[in-house]
Unconditional design. Structure first.
Lengths: 191, 191, 191, 191
DNA sequence: CATGAATGAGCATTCATTCAT
DNA sequence: TATGAATGAATGCTCATTCAT
């Protein structure tokens, strides 16, 4: 299957880029890095992606897809409170956070400061919007009204981002672990 | 005074680096950019700073100094609650946040992802520690005990960072403006 | 018919190369460009042409053939003067000249400056010789003797080339349109 | 003199680019070629010219300057006919024409076919305009009226270009040498 | 102290050509 | 025959850092 072969390499490149961009940031990740990790000859990268920017777009698509998978998993919890608790755990139970931060937040921040990549920055921000909308849905399922649910969703996610950021900066997962419990409590108090 | 002249150029370089690193990030800021904005010949930069890294160290020193100035201003408020409210306002009343984010958080995050700059990253993180310690002192002044005060300080600052980050990502200051009020309320509830 | 299919693809490739080389020059035309315009898979190009140079050789053959067709058409005119007038009109009545120049002259010039393509340059120059010889025949038909007819033919064609070149450079067909009439007059004066 | 040193290298680069672009065309000339001929380290080229396009712009300036020098030399002839004869000789008495063509015409033609370099193409065409205007002035000095003088200038220059082009294509200076005499005769007939 | 200039390693990207099936 | 994919040498360009004066 030629098809499979092709998809395999392309997928390996996106996976490699995903990991490296997460660990080293977009700017610090060279195409040579990505090609090497994916075990693809450098020249061949351009068969799959016309520019470096195209790779990050593919990474964003992959992350969007991964996010949907996460939402599906979380949807197995019976109550919105439980789903949000699961969402928090996705961060607090991840030792990479204290080493590389939140994959969504850190990329968005980096791109926000690159005027020449505003188009990608918007796509990355869109990912966050999707995320916040999912949270909002949970709050609505808890009978919160329109504006309140959205505002609480933004606040909820901003709290997680703040905790992830401090965890990264101090390379210390304790803060995130400690406060994630209170986050769930905060949610439960709405009920 | 040769001395004065020297300090002037050095200061201009640090000021320029401070601004550019805030707006464009460290990686996107070239020494040529800094030299140009400071109106200092490129070759002359190396008389004051042996490497690019040295400049960022100087920027961190400047920011630490600026922070002390902020603390002095805030100390004029009579109560710790008022001081913390002033601290929050320092962020919420700053239109640059929605364009460039928090100068402390964004730099720390960027450096955290550069293995070759871990020494600087630590210095930048130290700045955040200083900041959190100041917050902790306010909580202590509100009669909170040792571990609680520190934990509340971390939480307090992480909330601000989360709000700053979302403001930047969506280029929208509204969330920060809205939630800063509730932050002060949260503080007041401790009293 | 495999045969027919093969010829079709080959012909499409040559046609595409002919157009693109005329419009973009040889150097600016990639094999991918040609393959795309001809709607032939890139990898398949090499079944018909071993190298990029082989394509241009085929293009030259095609142009030589097109030239014979032109000569046949012109031969329907009853006098050599009329034939030469028709030849001039072939250039002056062609709006592409002011956009892309003379297909023969511009390619020859480009190849003349590429030491590694001297073999092709010679073939391209041969095309021009053929052309000049046809003109020479017309002058002979006007009872001009051997050296005179050849010299007039060279001069005649050089005038056309000069006009085509200026038309291209200034993207203005007026000069060519204006002077083409005097060219025919110049020819008629020989009679 | 630092100044002189700088000008020297810059001048060497422009001179090298001038020669190489004339001999190999713009597209075939790499920055490495230019740097090597000028004996300047490749990385240093960018201190003087931000992009490859900037080099060709400098070459065009140099050629414009050289042209003025030529005009000054020709102005020493007492009559416009003599000046135009001198101009023709500038081409006919130049063995490089049969090897590399006309430096003005060939560059203009090459750039005309590169959509991404239309700005430079216009500057190159401007050089030709200057040239034609000078010729026009000579015709006016021969008491030719406004439109006639300009048209004759265009025709005069287009004849030269046609001869240069054929000389290049056939690598044979004879045509140019032979017909340059008749060009001067053609001019003289106006008197 | 000052500074215009020099240096070279590194990066994204292109493209003719080849390969495996 | 056909073709998607692979390859690697080459090219324009960047930039921190160093040098000569």
């Amino acid at each position: 299957m030629t098809r499979v072969h092709r998809n395999d390499k392309r997928e390996r490149l996106v996976d490699a880029a995903d990991v490296l961009i997460y660990q080293q940031s977009f700017h610090n990740t060279t195409l040579a890095d990505i090609a090497k990790l994916a075990e693809v000859p450098l020249g061949n990268v351009y068969y799959y992606f016309k520019t470096k920017s195209d790779i990050i777009v593919a990474v964003l698509s992959k992350r969007a897809h991964d996010l949907q998978t996460l939402f599906e998993q979380l949807s197995q919890a019976s109550t919105p409170e439980a789903r949000l608790a699961g969402f928090v755990e996705f961060f607090s139970n991840n030792e990479n956070i204290a080493r590389f931060g939140c994959q969504f937040g850190s990329l968005c921040q980096e791109l926000s400061k690159q005027p020449e990549h505003q188009d990608i920055a918007k796509q990355a921000a869109q990912l966050l919007s999707t995320l916040i909308q999912w949270i909002e849905q949970q709050f609505k399922a808890m009978n919160q009204s329109e504006p309140t649910a959205k505002q609480n969703a933004e606040l909820f996610f901003s709290k997680i981002q703040g905790l992830c950021l401090l965890s990264l900066i101090f390379h210390d997962p304790k803060l995130l672990a400690r406060e994630s419990a209170s986050l769930s409590t905060w949610v439960a108090d709405f009920a």
